[in-house]
Design a protein around this ligand. Structure first.
Ligand code: SF4
Length: 303
């Protein structure tokens, strides 16, 4: 556990100390990747918010505890470029690219806020790699009711995303790539730019409003409402004048974002060449789905 500045009261401090091993036991007992990611994200964000206000000595100490090579020069924090690259590889904004940073003698100079953000990712990765831990049978029995309740609540939370967030559309009929992106977004992971573009344009074309699409990204650790809204408005044609469509499957494959193609994707008779074609085929009544039409409407027709 990363120890920070003492809490306001002894009671707070005790609760903080005890909650950490308990949370790990519960998450390990439930043993669901969705919950593990949500937990790691919550711990990471909490630490980030505290490190924003901490002395640099404390920030440096936390980096040390997380095995991140860091030091201070003239009162500024710096991190070894190999650790920086490891933890920022999934952050897609331009400002995180190494070429846009100041590197000296193999170390990246970072303001406290950005340094803390990289440490947040380091903590999340550490927790996700450590959990679940083996939990003693006696403890599992003692926590049995709570673990069952937590497992049920986790299942409800996942279902709620499916059932409510997209109201009128059925996530069950989404192509595997889009299900994967939604899972990443709702687990608070940063999507690669190409996946974000594909997901936003796909959701727009199947009828979701810009606000519904925006909500999808609201749990991301780097969520910036106005920036995300700007991107959505651009992709949906609101501000750009071009209503973009998702890339075709061949392009998705070349980007490395065609995740877990299923039997429909690979069925030569179905001729799925585009994520939107997949969705249309899946939404057809079963009888007509057996003989997919060669006139499956092209994705670019709305451009
Ligand atoms: S084949 Fe196409 S629809 Fe299927 S997962 Fe890949 S990109 Fe998505």
């Amino acid at each position: 556990m990363v120890q920070l500045r003492p809490m306001a009261t002894e009671g707070d401090r005790l609760e903080e100390i005890l909650s950490y091993p308990m949370a790990r036991m519960y998450v390990s007992g439930v043993n669901e990747r969705f919950l593990t990611r949500r937990y790691a994200l919550a711990e990471g964000v909490t630490m980030y918010e505290r490190l924003e206000r901490e002395d640099l000595d404390v920030v440096e100490e936390v980096a040390y505890q997380l095995d991140v090579a860091a030091s201070r020069v003239d009162g500024s924090l710096r991190m070894h470029f190999s650790d920086y690259l490891r933890y920022t590889s999934r952050m897609r904004s331009k400002e995180w690219k190494l070429v846009n940073t100041e590197v000296k003698h193999g170390y990246v100079l970072l303001p406290q806020l950005r340094f803390a953000r990289v440490l947040q990712q380091a903590l999340q990765d550490k927790l996700e790699s450590e959990l679940p831990l083996p939990v003693d049978e006696t403890i599992l029995r003692a926590l049995g009711d709570d673990i069952r309740e937590l497992r049920d609540r986790t299942a409800i939370m996942r279902e709620r995303y499916k059932a409510e967030d997209f109201g009128k559309v059925s996530v069950d009929n989404f192509p595997p790539c889009m299900k994967h992106f939604i899972g990443m977004a709702q687990a608070g992971e940063n999507l690669p730019h190409s996946a974000r573009f594909a997901l936003v344009s796909f959701m727009h074309h199947i009828g979701l409003s810009s606000e519904e699409i925006l909500n999808l990204f609201a749990v991301s650790p780097d969520f910036d409402s106005s920036k995300t809204k700007y991107q959505i408005d651009h992709i949906t044609g609101e501000t750009s004048g071009t209503e973009y469509t998702p890339p075709e499957c061949t392009t998705m494959k070349s980007y490395g974002i065609c995740f877990e193609p299923d039997s429909l994707c690979e069925n030569p008779k179905a001729k799925v060449k585009h994520p939107l074609s997949y969705y249309r085929i899946k939404n057809r009544p079963l009888r007509s789905r057996a003989a997919p039409s060669s006139r499956s409407s092209g994705p670019s027709e709305r451009r």
